[in-house]
Design a binder for this molecule. Structure first.
Ligand code: GAF
Length: 383
């Protein structure tokens, strides 16, 4: 849907003139499950986004319309609480967060549409939250700093969607820049834009089109395991706040004797943070083969140690391991489904896609979707 037809659709439903904003989905090149450990991540925003058209109302009502579900939600600004409609919760969580921070909001009409594939690990939920936060800020001229928009959006995910996520997805959605990846320090929130120069290669996503039900509970459990590991180290080293402050030696000394599983999970995170540093240097120097190798290592860690992969993702990574034109591949995002991210030589993309599609269908009887990544800009007003 183009911006004009989106605005038309809004006018038809709400009989009012909207402001239109958008906020993109994201990829992550490397740095998985490190964000909530105060570690490093390297995401980029993509050119698929969630669009929010919005206008003020004269009353206190909140009227939401989701294009993809053809469904309406009606509530009131003075009594914002969780809804049975999962899609509405991402929006309501943001409204709740803004009110809690003392921002005054009027009633509003909101129309939501997006082309970020759902459940594909491309952060459609963060894109909804960030688009909503940005739209409400623009509508009420709140001039909320960008980082606060991302933090409010993250809080909405915690409180209204029940996932104790880190800041990576919301950060990427708000701060993305076309042709750049970002290396974000999730403790200090300092970040650096790194040109995504892939010289003859492209980032390709293969979407398993599965999302195993484990994903949310396992995500929260992993976070708890990491926090447990930190608590054991902290008892001896009070200065330690996150796993990013912990060394492999500390894990062997204080965590391994307590719980081998927690040790394995924490060790993956500590190793992954070190890999992001190496990957950033490799990307800056154009050493793509090295970057690719690190991505394969990340997958190995996510599969064997962190245990957030699944057979479909493993299959797709395994199939490209010996393909010379693929420099690296790994599962991307929280896990248990969604996409793999691959660095693939331009000329090889079509043939590889055809081959993998066939193999994936044969193995699982499932359709494989492919996206050749194009990066995009973060939250913005659309004229
Ligand atoms: C999900 C979460 F939302 C992110 O915060 C991040 O932890 C990611 O999984 C794993 O790296 O996308």
């Amino acid at each position: 849907m183009n911006p004009q037809s989106l605005k038309d659709a809004f006018r038809k439903i709400f009989d009012a003139e909207p402001i239109l904003v958008k906020s993109p989905g994201r990829i992550n090149i490397i740095g998985e499950h490190t964000d909530y450990n105060g570690g490093l991540v390297m995401p980029a925003a993509i050119n698929k986004a969630v669009y929010v058209a919005i206008s003020k109302r004269d009353d206190e009502q909140i009227q939401l319309y989701a294009e993809s579900y053809e469904e309406k939600y009606i509530g009131n600004i003075s009594a914002v609480s969780k809804s049975e409609k999962a899609w509405a919760n991402y929006i309501l969580g943001v409204v709740h967060g803004l009110l809690k921070r003392g921002f005054e909001l009027s009633g509003f009409n909101l129309y939501i549409y997006g082309d970020v594939p759902l459940g594909a690990g491309l952060s459609s939920s963060a894109a909804i939250e960030c688009a909503t936060a940005f739209a409400l800020s623009e509508l009420h001229q709140l001039t909320i700093p960008k980082m606060d928009l991302a933090l409010i959006a993250q809080k909405a995910e915690h409180e209204f969607a029940g996932v104790n996520c880190g800041i990576m997805d919301q950060f990427a959605s708000v701060f993305g820049q076309k042709d750049y990846a970002m290396m974000l320090d999730c403790e200090s929130l300092e970040h650096e834009y790194i040109p995504l120069k892939l010289e003859g290669y492209k980032l390709v996503l293969f979407n398993t089109n599965v999302k195993h039900s484990l994903s949310e509970s396992a995500y929260n459990k992993r976070r708890e395991q990491c926090e447990q590991g930190v608590a054991w180290v902290k008892a001896q080293h009070p200065e330690v706040e996150y796993l990013r402050d912990v060394s492999p030696e500390m894990l062997s000394e204080y965590v391994l004797p307590k719980d081998a599983e927690v040790y394995t999970k924490c060790s993956y995170v500590v190793a992954e943070i070190a890999r992001v540093k190496k990957a950033a240097a490799a990307l800056k120097d154009g050493r793509l083969a090295e970057l690719g190798k690190l991505m394969f290592e990340t997958h190995e860690g996510l599969n064997k140690a962190y245990e957030v992969s699944c057979k479909e993702l493993d299959f797709l990574v395994e199939q490209v391991k010996e393909v010379a034109e693929v420099l690296g591949a790994r599962m991307m995002g929280g896990g248990f489904g969604g996409c793999t991210i691959n660095i693939v030589k331009d000329e090889a993309i079509d043939e590889l896609t055809a081959k993998l599609t066939q193999l994936y269908d044969k193995q699982f009887g499932l359709n494989l979707s492919t996206y050749v990544v194009e990066t995009g800009n973060g939250s913005q007003v659309v004229e």
